[in-house]
Design a protein around this ligand. Structure first.
Ligand SMILES: Cc1cc2nc3c(=O)[nH]c(=O)nc-3n(C[C@H](O)[C@H](O)[C@H](O)COP(=O)(O)OP(=O)(O)OC[C@H]3O[C@@H](n4cnc5c(N)ncnc54)[C@H](O)[C@@H]3O)c2cc1C
Length: 402
């Protein structure tokens, strides 16, 4: 999964307003839903400015304001902090929010797009009451504790172990590539609880990250940022009831979470702010502005590549609108688009690869150096192709797979 500190736009409004001052949508009585959403977004810049420069503080302020306005959880039961009215609220909000969602929303990607939907499907009502509202409100940030040094694509070979000790699970082992663990409050953990090898005997549970038994060590990437971590567990504790689904039967929930991850990674969006966050393809309109600035619009090769990038972006958008296609297809296309868009940017602006960049160059440099990671996070390109072959096309399973 992904997160980043780099944003494209700079904030300008500095007036101080608290998140609560936005008030719940619907307060004004006669206002329509759309008007209330408009009012929410009109007040949002001041809320973000009041949060200060820290990305995490801005992320939390955004989410808190959205929740307080009653806009945070369409389709989620009201008892867990969600909302069902209006019935088409999610779609209307998405349309109105286009281009206005702060890049910091990506801080909550794992919690909102992966942990919460899996919790709603497999978790007890008690767990949903405990974990869903704070996730919607941005009070608790989640990370995904799946991959290990010896278990990436071959996830069922994971060896982190949880042993029951009275009312707690005691966890020992190591995870790696854990995006955002350094600012996470909770982790969705896969650990071995049974003696059977492979998929049997794995449980999914919620790991509280702030405790002495959890050691988070950042990994620095070639971008210069440290967005991933190694996470070491030494007698880390998890409450006995914080198991999502049944003990020793966590694999079904685990694969469902991966499907949610692929869907969210594959979902196209024309929200320029979010694409600017570095975890998605560079938008073509950014490439066009770079071409205009560098004079590359006269270069026939670049013109051709810009046209290809435009076509790829359109396909990405159309794929995201299709219902019922396998999530790996969108994920694979989006990755391809991100790599291509980054290579076009690099061709127009070769100096960006050198470090000691100014603010603007750093933006491009970050995206170019960051794009290859999309071929790995959420499952590699090869694994997506295997999955499409087996699950969408019905081809025989690869040898050696149960
Ligand atoms: C940006 C990013 C974010 C990540 N975030 C998280 C996170 O938050 N939490 C988390 O748990 N993990 C995270 N990961 C880890 C990610 O899920 C793994 O890197 C990925 O599953 C691949 O595992 P691996 O790195 O061990 O590579 P390996 O599985 O060792 O694969 C090595 C190579 O072999 C190929 N390969 C392996 N098996 C097969 C096969 N059966 N058929 C064909 N080719 C195969 C792969 O495609 C790859 O090219 C993240 C990774 C990245 C890059």
């Amino acid at each position: 999964m992904t997160s980043t500190a780099v944003t494209w736009s700079r904030r300008t409004d500095s007036s101080a307003v608290s998140a609560n001052s936005l008030g719940p949508v619907g307060d004004a009585g006669t206002d329509t839903f759309d008007e209330e959403v408009e009012r929410f977004f009109a007040a949002l810049p001041a809320v973000l400015d009041a949060a200060g420069p820290s990305g995490l503080a801005r992320a939390r302020a955004w989410r808190r304001a959205l929740f307080d306005a009653g806009l945070a959880g369409f389709g989620i039961p009201e008892e867990y902090g969600g909302r069902s009215d209006p019935a088409d609220g999610a779609r209307r909000l998405q349309r109105l929010a286009r281009g206005r969602v702060p890049a910091e929303e990506s801080t909550f990607g794992i919690g909102l797009n992966m942990a919460v939907p899996t919790m709603l499907q497999y978790g007890s009502a008690e767990l949903c009451r405990r974990f869903v509202p704070p996730a919607l409100r941005g009070d608790e940030v989640w990370c995904q504790l799946y991959s290990e040094p010896g278990a990436g694509s071959d996830l069922p070979s994971l060896t982190t172990r949880a042993v029951l000790d009275g009312d707690e699970w005691v966890v020992n082992g190591q995870k790696v590539w854990t995006s955002g663990a350094h600012h996470s409050d909770l982790g969705i953990l896969l650990a071995r609880t049974g003696d059977a090898p492979g998929k049997a005997g794995i449980s999914m549970m919620v790991m509280p990250m702030h405790q002495p038994g959890v050691d988070v060590r950042p990994l620095r990437q070639m971008t210069g940022h440290a967005e991933f971590n190694e996470v070491f567990f030494t007698d880390a504790r998890v409450p006995r009831d914080w198991v999502v689904g049944e003990v020793n039967d966590g694999w079904r929930a685990a694969t469902q979470l991966l499907a949610h991850e692929r869907s969210s990674l594959g979902a196209g969006s024309d929200d320029g702010e979010r694409k600017a966050a570095g975890s998605a393809a560079l938008p073509v309109h950014f490439l066009l502005s770079l071409a205009a600035r560098t004079g590359a619009t006269d270069d026939p090769h670049i013109r051709q590549e810009l046209a290809r990038a435009h076509t790829g972006e359109m396909i990405m958008t159309w794929l995201s609108k299709r219902r019922g296609i396998h999530p790996s297809i969108g994920k694979l296309w989006r990755t391809k688009q991100a790599r291509h868009a980054a290579s076009v940017a690099a061709a127009m602006h070769p100096a960006m690869i050198a470090f000691e960049a100014d603010d603007d160059t750093e933006f491009w440099q970050y995206h170019v150096l960051n794009a290859p990671r999309m071929s790995l996070g959420g499952g590699t390109d090869e694994i997506q192709k295997n999955t499409i072959g087996e699950r969408a096309l019905g081809l025989p399973r690869e040898p050696g797979q149960a």
